[in-house]
Write a protein that binds this ligand. Structure first.
Ligand code: PLP
Length: 442
């Protein structure tokens, strides 16, 4: 079947693999790339995409994949959603750029007003728009310090907040992110994240909830010098780990008690991914500052730092950005938010439940999987070892299913929020087949 249009490609019964993987054209792309691109780029496997529609991606060899990565939790509305494409095209014909930092760009404030409607903060909010997740985090660090007049920030082990200097200093998912770059931003202290794998299943656990008070406040930094606690409500890069509800509420209470800001980094978990617009809503907790990125504009570069007006107290000139909130990204975000709110959250819950149930059934049939966890379409599968998780990732790729490693020994699934039930079923079959192949070669 030809797939000239978005509709034809998105409807295709993927995957269809027609060459060895990677194919000859992909291998040529990889070889050419090595000569000219920064060797720092992490690169998971040799996938060279050429085109995408919905949850389907075609590589440079015309192999067709089922994409359970969504460009790493970015293409929330699927690849090249026609409404998003048309909004970008129309905007490009009218105005590609004018800096909202120095002038008044109507679509910038229109998007900020839309973010106000969906923010998980009951007071009216103000927004600062950025080009990426890491810039949202940097903005959060600066605002938290300035607003509170305090210097310290508490972040969590296993978390990922980005790679620019401030955000990489918060990041603690792998020492590789810090290697050779120190000393990092001073004033950052890490605490254990309360995750089910470490046995921290509820607030009663003696170590994790108490750590901030018993160790940080008592031994390291007085609470009244802490500006913020920054939290991924569901760990992203750290393995798609869902913390206990009581722990997140405890953090909110701790912040209230000591005048500390709670920053929710929802760059990966936000924009409907977990089946609510923001993951923090699962915990009945309001953050003081919310950071968005990735899925917010379906792949156009956009991030946001959102905070109540009483928190966003910095003055004219304190922060800005040339491109942040550029018109093309703003219109893409407006379309994305509409689609997510009206259609995709419901689909995320429905198909997410199918996937989690299916994966748990698979876990029951193999001894390689230790845990299946997740919310909505943010799903982590914990394997017995890193080697097995690596092998399953590649076995999926070879069979036309795109998934990605996360954490120490997990695989993450983050399909587009419009993934269909039959695609989920297909993905499950391939995933089980990949697991079986790895299991038999152990
Ligand atoms: N925060 C979280 C939770 C993330 O998952 C990421 C990226 O993976 C970032 C921040 C950084 O975003 P970006 O890569 O757009 O700078």
């Amino acid at each position: 079947m030809a797939y000239d249009t978005y509709e034809e490609l998105a409807a295709l019964d993927a995957p269809r693999i027609r060459t060895e993987i990677p194919g000859p054209n992909a291998r040529a792309v990889v070889a050419a790339d090595a000569a000219v691109t920064s060797p720092s780029l992490p690169r998971a496997y040799e996938f060279a995409p050429a085109r995408g529609a919905g949850s389907v991606v075609v590589d440079v060899d015309d192999n067709i994949y089922l994409d359970f990565n969504a460009g790493i939790a970015v293409c929330s509305t699927g690849h090249s959603h026609p409404q998003v494409v048309s909004a970008i095209q129309q905007q490009a014909e009218r105005l590609i750029h004018y800096s909202a930092s120095d002038f008044f760009l109507p679509v910038y404030s229109e998007l900020c007003a839309r973010l106000d409607q969906i923010a998980p903060i009951s007071a009216p909010v103000k927004c600062f728009l950025t080009n990426s997740g890491t810039e949202s985090v940097e903005a959060g660090i600066k605002l938290a310090r300035l607003h509170t007049g305090r210097q310290y920030i508490i972040a969590f082990l296993n978390s990922f907040h980005g790679r620019s200097f401030g955000s990489v200093s918060l990041t603690a998912s792998s020492a590789q992110y810090h290697a050779g770059f120190g000393p990092l931003l001073p004033g950052i202290v890490h605490a254990p994240y309360a995750d089910s794998l470490s046995g921290f299943t509820d607030l009663e656990h003696p170590d994790t909830p108490g750590y901030i008070e018993k160790v940080i406040f008592k031994r390291l930094v007085p609470a009244n010098e802490v500006a913020a606690i920054i939290l991924e409500p569901v760990l992203g890069e750290g393995g798609y780990v869902v913390p206990p509800k009581a722990w997140v509420r405890y953090l909110r209470d701790l912040c209230d008690e000591h005048g500390i800001l709670l920053i929710a980094d929802e760059v990966q978990s936000g924009t409907g991914r977990t089946g609510k617009m923001w993951a923090i809503e699962h915990f009945d907790v309001e953050p003081d500052i919310l950071l968005a990125g990735k899925g917010i504009a379906s792949g156009m570069p956009l991030g946001a730092m959102i905070a109540s007006g009483s928190t966003m107290t910095w003055e004219r000139g304190a922060h800005g950005s040339t491109y942040g909130g550029n018109p093309l990204s703003c219109v893409a975000a407006l379309e994305t938010i509409d689609l997510v709110e009206k259609e995709l959250i419901a689909n995320t819950n429905e198909v997410g439940a199918l996937l989690i149930d299916g994966l748990r059934a698979i876990a029951g049939r193999t001894d390689m999987i230790e845990q299946v966890r997740g919310l909505g379409l943010m799903i982590g599968i914990e394997f017995e070892s890193a080697a097995v998780a690596d092998a399953v990732e590649i076995a999926c790729f070879e069979r036309g299913l795109l998934v990605l490693r996360a954490g120490d020994k997990a695989i993450r699934m983050s399909p587009p929020l419009m993934v269909r039930a039959e695609q989920a079923a297909n993905g499950l079959k391939i995933f089980e087949d990949a697991c079986a192949a790895v299991s038999s070669s152990r």
